[in-house]
Design a protein around this ligand. Structure first.
Ligand code: 6GU
Length: 224
């Protein structure tokens, strides 16, 4: 998989993609992540990438030209499965969308800033719009890092224990059951007896009950 991220803060991504599973997935060549600084694409003298809003109103709008040139150049080089714009005024990301995107070959993610991008970019280029939740971030960078993480971990081989991605919360519409590790007794706080029983049938039954109980209490909407 190849992911091209377009941003006016390219340095932002030095952190999120250089650790743990995302780092290893790149080392194993399961994914190539390319960050594109939008500013050099601007053809005006000040290299500006935003301007005032037609019709008035507070907040700047990202210009068409630098984004057009950047996306057009990328599209000349390869075909993209999706050109994604990260913005809060979009459908909310869920596990199903992550699963679908995880089988893509090439993806572009465009990070919005200020009030947003010129609508004509959305009309002409964007094939998919994603929000990561009902709250507002200062820009699309964090959102694209979240989206990238959620997709890359699903690429076969990215997680050493593949069954672990399958038993994630949300993969089967249930939240995860509680988990424990050693010691079995810490300051008198004990691990549930059944997990020490060695009986896989009882353990599976307990985990399912706990997952349902957890989902009922925390996210009843998932059980609808
Ligand atoms: Cl994708 N962008 C911004 N700026 N804020 C958000 C978001 C995206 N998703 C939720 N909040």
């Amino acid at each position: 998989m190849r992911i091209d991220i377009i941003s006016i803060f390219p340095d932002f991504f030095e952190g999120p993609f250089s650790h743990s599973i995302l780092k290893r997935a790149q080392e194993k060549k399961l994914v190539e992540i390319h960050i594109h600084d939008l500013r050099p694409y601007s053809t005006n003298k000040q290299k500006s990438v935003d301007d005032y809003q037609y019709g008035g109103g507070s907040g700047m709008v990202m210009n068409i030209q630098p984004i057009d040139d950047c996306i057009s150049k990328l599209k000349e080089e390869r075909e993209y499965d999706e050109i994604i714009y990260l913005t809060p005024d979009s459908p909310t990301l869920n596990q199903n969308t992550c699963n679908n995107l995880s089988i893509s070959k090439n993806l572009i993610m465009l990070c919005g800033h200020y009030k947003g991008i010129d609508q004509r970019i959305r009309d002409q280029f964007i094939t998919m719009e994603v929000s990561i939740g009902d709250y507002v971030l200062t820009g699309g960078e964090l959102a694209s890092a979240v989206l990238t993480d959620s997709i890359v971990r699903l690429i076969p081989g990215a997680i050493s224990d593949e069954t672990s991605a399958l038993s994630d919360s949300f993969q089967d519409e249930l939240l995860s059951h509680p988990i424990y590790t050693r010691p079995s007794d810490y300051k008198g706080w004990k691990v549930p007896e059944v997990l020490l029983s060695g009986n896989p049938i009882l353990i599976e039954k307990w985990r399912e009950e706990k997952a349902i109980e957890k989902t009922k209490n925390t996210r009843p909407d998932l059980l609808q």
